[in-house]
Design a protein around this ligand. Structure first.
Ligand SMILES: NC(=O)c1ccc[n+]([C@@H]2O[C@H](COP(=O)([O-])OP(=O)(O)OC[C@H]3O[C@@H](n4cnc5c(N)ncnc54)[C@H](OP(=O)(O)O)[C@@H]3O)[C@@H](O)[C@H]2O)c1
Length: 420
């Protein structure tokens, strides 16, 4: 058997400990499949004394992840700390400068610095692998860069659940997801859609051969959506999902991540819990649907180990599926495909209020498909409107028009309805 592949793991949280467990529990299987033992030589985290539920005494400890990244007895630096700046970036740069391959689960780091890091790694013949950074356990990066490599990709859809655990408040739903290790350390990354946007920008780079362009992702978080919306949507036969779409059009690269309503009987509507789904459209293959756990200890560690095993086997693919020097800068285009929308407004209980709202919609060229008014809350009443197909820019025009009617309280909630 060949020389062992020696790992240095920085970050011993949900994912890091998951990786340690796989290496301990499956040592023989990993060695059989790759032809060489995969061993951990050193680890790093913030607090050395923390009980992490697995024995770590066999591994050297480094307080400083940069020192870990530079160790001579480390072949592959496994970055599982998180964050786009600070320790994760410094240590990844140090690993590359020391001539090591890198495996990371860190979408924030790559969404912000992926191009520069890939250029640096590839300049010295090294790789950065990041399967775990997108869609947890689903091997979507491998699907795009290997199995579908001969296809021109038309569109990437990325769907996350976690929005509508029936009957739970957001706090309860988030606490539950947190307990399962599904949530990001900073919940704002989840609620603001930023984390999902990071992932979409990475998928788009691989799918379209473009440089990662996270700042151009049109992001809409789930912060404005209430449990009320979830119930109303269910009442009308819909579920709320976070949906990402990336596609290359004649106008440029469209990337949008936003909450959407989908029919509850559709495949997307049936997704539960922490399940993610990625739908890829290739010119030769047609549509490919990948579905599985999008987060959590086991699934994410499984993806990290897939990357580690590729390196152990000597299998090397450029970070974004083609040399970073050949990735084009994409022209960003705003998504313009029309769709019906769900609107929830808090309307003042005044004669003619509804007519004013209908007029503003009409002036923006938007017609109403369905409308419902619910019980009064003091001097206002919630009104739900489902529009016929319209563009986001017409809708934005109508929403700013509503602010001037004097009968709409607060900002209306607008959610796109997808017929997928
Ligand atoms: N959790 C998931 O389901 C999931 C899914 C996909 C991708 N990811 C990504 O995987 C990465 C890790 O996520 P996680 O959920 O495992 O996070 P986590 O549970 O919060 O663990 C982070 C680990 O990094 C260590 N750490 C943080 N800052 C450090 C520093 N400056 N120096 C040394 N160690 C430091 C922490 O040390 P202490 O333990 O001592 O505090 C902890 O062990 C992130 O990039 C995340 O986006 C996570």
């Amino acid at each position: 058997m060949s020389q062992p592949l020696r790992l240095g793991i920085a970050g011993l949280g949900t994912v890091g400990i998951g990786v340690v467990k796989i290496i301990r529990n499956h040592a023989e299987l990993l060695a059989q499949r790759t032809g060489r033992p995969i061993v951990i030589t050193a680890v790093s985290a913030r607090s050395k004394g923390k009980d992490r539920g697995v024995p770590l005494g066999d591994y050297a400890w480094e307080d400083d992840p940069v020192a870990l990244a530079r160790r001579e007895d480390v072949d592959v630096f496994v970055e599982l700390m998180g964050g786009s700046e600070g320790a994760a970036k410094d240590a990844t740069e140090a690993a590359i400068a020391s001539g090591k391959d890198v495996v990371t689960a860190n979408k924030a780091l790559l969404a912000h610095h992926g191009q520069a890091l890939a250029l640096a790694a590839e300049a010295t013949g090294h790789v950065i692998r990041f399967e775990a950074a997108v869609a947890g356990g689903i091997p979507v990066i491998k699907a795009l860069t290997e199995g579908l490599a001969a296809n021109e990709i038309g569109r990437v859809n990325y769907i996350l659940t976690r929005m509508e655990n029936a009957g739970l408040t957001y706090e309860e739903a988030f606490n539950e997801a947190d307990g399962l290790g599904y949530l990001e350390a900073d919940p704002n990354l989840d609620v603001g859609g930023i984390d999902a946007g990071h992932k979409l920008s990475l998928l788009a780079a691989i799918a379209f051969g473009t440089q990662v362009d996270f700042p151009s992702v049109e992001l809409e978080g789930i912060g404005a959506i209430t449990i009320e919306d979830i119930h109303q949507a269910a009442d009308m036969g819909y579920k709320i999902k976070l949906l990402g779409v990336a596609q290359m059009t004649g106008r440029g690269l469209e990337q949008r991540m936003s909450p959407c309503l989908v029919p509850d009987t559709s495949p997307l509507g049936q997704l539960q819990g922490g399940t993610n789904m990625v739908v890829l459209e290739g010119d030769s293959v047609g549509q490919i649907v990948l579905r599985g756990a999008g987060a959590g200890e086991g699934p994410t560690a499984s993806a990290v180990m897939g990357d580690v095993m590729d390196i152990a086997r000597g299998f090397r693919v450029s970070t974004f599926g083609q040399p970073a020097t050949t990735l084009r800068k994409a022209r960003a285009a705003r998504a313009a495909v029309p769709a019906p929308y769900y609107l929830r407004l808090q309307l003042q209980d005044k004669p003619g209020a509804l007519a004013k709202v209908a007029r503003v919609l009409g002036e923006a060229g938007i017609s109403i498909d369905r409308m419902r008014q619910y019980g009064h809350q003091d001097t206002t009443a919630p009104v739900l409107i489902v529009t016929h197909k319209t563009t986001r820019s017409s809708l934005d025009e109508a929403l700013s028009g509503m602010a001037t009617t004097g009968v709409v309280e607060g900002a209306p909630v607008a959610i796109r309805i997808e017929s997928v």
